[in-house]
Design a protein around this ligand. Structure first.
Ligand code: COA
Length: 432
């Protein structure tokens, strides 16, 4: 059978496609902006016919309607990350959370949590019958390969990204054509605090460095201060519109990279149409599954790798909490530890943790004497390197506990320095 015949014979409506899912099955949903909205909507519309379908997802950028209380008996969400649409349901005890490094999700899906079905979105097939997974290759491709059935929304609006980003249509059991807009992430608002943090972070970036950037206002603020740098490179789990601007300005060239010279490497993308048009059929960008991009040993093959991530709380020993506030789960580890480890393995690498000094409208210090009860450490004090706030840079690597505490108190918000110093004096009464 030719792939064209396969394609025609496996075309379904969204409602027909979701009939293939059975009660009690494990369903993996494509990550972030790769979420196939048409298929998820059909699944939720037919909720009454399912009992206890497990839905595994990481960053849910859509409505996550399957988390609503009326579907408690139909769907059970097992989250690898929490975001705006899933945090409340998790706080109400209706969502399970499974801790896992982003780089290890593919092996988890292959070996421990094998999916019955993967729901994803892809570009239309090329002349050889290959579809590109576009903005979400990450765990989506490995999940599709490990599943009994793949249901794919084929979307003209999904960019055809290059790299190890393709499936053949004969690997897809149900194809659903729907040209909906690909989910977009609007550029974040960058305030004075983020600008100050961005400037501090950028001061550690040198010409020829390769960057990993997280999601949000701080990474975008960093990019604002990199306009005078030369020959920067990208090896990151995700990037957004800000990178396109620096490519167009000639700042990001990938020329100095020691791995994948000439290409920006990523595993997923979140941004606006501008980003999606930029990556479409663009050989300067290569997308790979996350067990490659986020493998610390792969990351470490990039000399001068600078990782930039954010966190919730840092104690004065340098223990970093990034996913919870006490017992309240806020997000997930994502690729933070993968990249901290990779940057530590990289010759000339620097792992940066950047955060505002306070939260809760300035009433809560993020630098604390003791972590909140119940908080889970994300990046240990053995791995932490730089911590940056709007008040400066604390280099912790190679520093004693006493020196770390001093450095962190210097970059805490002034309103909290006395309290932190009192604890410092209690722990370290003797001056050196
Ligand atoms: N104490 C109590 N609550 C805190 C807090 C603290 N020290 N710091 C943050 N929070 C709360 C905020 O109040 C907010 O709660 P709300 O949504 O109820 O208002 C929530 O945590 C998110 O904080 P915000 O400052 O809006 O987060 P952000 O969007 O800048 O993301 C992280 C910050 C740490 C959550 C995010 O960077 C993350 O998830 N990191 C781990 C994953 C990672 O680094 N991946 C690699 C790069 S993609």
């Amino acid at each position: 059978m030719t792939w064209r015949t396969w394609y025609k014979e496996h075309l379904f409506t969204p409602a027909q496609a979701v009939q293939q899912i059975k009660s009690g099955q494990r369903v993996v949903v494509a990550h972030a902006c790769g979420e196939p909205s048409i298929i998820l909507d059909a699944l939720v519309a037919h909720a009454a016919q399912y009992e206890n379908v497990e839905i595994i997802h990481m960053v849910a950028m859509g409505k996550a309607a399957y988390c609503q209380p009326q579907y408690d008996k139909n769907f059970h969400h097992n989250a690898f990350f929490l975001g705006g649409s899933t945090r409340a349901a998790a706080a109400e005890g209706r969502v399970d959370f499974t801790p896992v490094y982003f780089s290890e999700i593919p092996s988890l899906l292959r070996e421990d949590l094998r999916p019955n079905v993967t729901l994803l979105q892809c570009s239309p097939p090329d002349a050889h019958g290959y579809v590109s997974l576009g903005v979400s290759v990450d765990y989506t491709k490995p999940a599709a390969e490990a599943s009994d059935l793949v249901i794919a929304q084929v979307n003209q609006n999904m960019p055809r990204t290059l790299g190890d980003s393709f499936l053949h249509v004969t690997q897809i059991g149900c194809l659903v054509e729907a040209d909906t807009p690909v989910i977009e992430l609007a550029p974040p608002k960058i305030g004075d605090v983020e600008r100050a943090i961005g400037e501090n972070v950028a001061s550690l970036v040198r010409d020829g460095d390769t960057l990993q950037l997280g999601i949000g206002a701080i990474p975008d603020a960093v990019l604002l201060f990199l306009k005078e740098k030369n020959d920067l490179g990208i090896h990151t789990e995700m990037f957004s519109d800000g990178v396109v601007e620096l490519v167009e300005a000639g700042v990001i060239t990938n020329k100095a990279k020691t791995l994948h010279r000439g290409q920006s490497i990523a595993t997923f993308l979140m941004g606006t149409r501008r980003l999606y048009d930029y990556v479409n059929n663009n050989p300067a960008v290569a997308m790979y599954p996350v067990d490659y991009v986020n493998d610390p040993y792969v990351i470490g093959q990039n000399d001068n790798l600078v990782s930039i991530n954010s966190c919730v709380q840092v104690d004065i020993m340098g223990q970093v909490v990034s996913t919870s506030a006490g017992l309240r789960q806020i997000s997930g580890v994502g690729g933070q530890v993968d990249f901290v480890r990779g940057a530590n393995l990289s010759k000339g690498g620097r792992a940066i943790m950047a955060m505002p000094s306070t939260t809760g409208k300035g009433k809560i210090s993020k630098i604390v004497p003791f972590l909140d009860q119940g908080s889970a450490v994300t990046t240990t004090r053995n791995e932490v390197n730089y911590v940056i706030t709007e008040y400066g840079i604390a280099k912790l690597k190679g520093k004693s506990l006493r020196q770390r505490a001093e450095a962190l108190i210097r970059i805490a918000h002034p309103d909290f320095r006395d309290e932190l110093t009192a604890e410092f004096r209690r722990r370290y009464p003797r001056d050196y």
